[in-house]
Design a protein around this ligand. Sequence first.
Ligand SMILES: Nc1ncnc2c1ncn2[C@@H]1O[C@H](COP(=O)(O)OP(=O)(O)OP(=O)(O)O)[C@@H](O)[C@H]1O
Ligand SMILES: [Mg+2]
Length: 249
Amino acid sequence: MRVVAVTGLKGGVGKTSTAVNLAALAASEGHRTVLWDLDPQGAATFCLALRPKLRGGADKLVRGGRNGLLDVSRRTMVENLRVVPADGTTREIDKLLWSSNKPTKLIRRLIAGLKNDADVLVLDCPPGLSPVVEAVAGVADILLVPVIPEPLPFRALARFSDFLIDTRAASPEILGPFLSMVDRRKPMHRRIEAEILASGKFLGAAIPESSAVARMGEEQVPAVVSSPYSLAGREYRKLWAEALERAGA
Ligand SMILES: Nc1ncnc2c1ncn2[C@@H]1O[C@H](COP(=O)(O)OP(=O)(O)OP(=O)(O)O)[C@@H](O)[C@H]1O
Ligand SMILES: [Mg+2]
């Protein structure tokens, strides 16, 4: 099973949109896919038209048995795609991990329970540097980090990399930064995009600012399903292919 996490320090940069679209793409390729919504905002749950209800709550999930994730996962309108929904209790995961002295071990045990039932696990993380994110970094094959092509987000990416080193959660080599919400009408976006591509430090996909993606919050359908031929759809497919390759599949 491949574990692909979408994470980063900054909020509102396209993490959830990416997690939902990549999970839908993985599922459409026939991979048995689980998307775990780790953000109490529950945006990934919402974008896939599920109720924000985690059966039994986060406490039971984290302390529970091996089949925990599969048991609380729900089917979606996308074939092969199941979601572990978020609800108000999801915020307790941080506290539970914080109070255990082996947060990564807890998450790893939960994920191991999915091994026979899923080929791909996509994790939608909350923004920031929290125990959940630290634990996820320890189990993921790749950490996808969306970056808007403006100066400040680059500082956030550097802080995120420092966080991985300081906590020894993971090697920064598992970071897969990519450009998100690119608006090529803006000279700054065009300039920074060109610099990034030349540096070779980012993945090649660049997700454009796109009405197809923005509509997910209204239509509750992944953009790659509702608008597969949009530019955003194409770039998400490119990102998924790169993520899988980097994740060692
Ligand atoms: N490529 C895009 N084009 C247009 N709108 C986008 C795009 N990506 C995301 N958005 C919109 O921007 C907002 C934030 O996106 P999203 O929820 O994916 O970000 P996030 O990083 O997960 O946010 P948070 O940190 O709050 O979890 C949403 O309203 C979403 O519809
Ligand atoms: Mg989000």
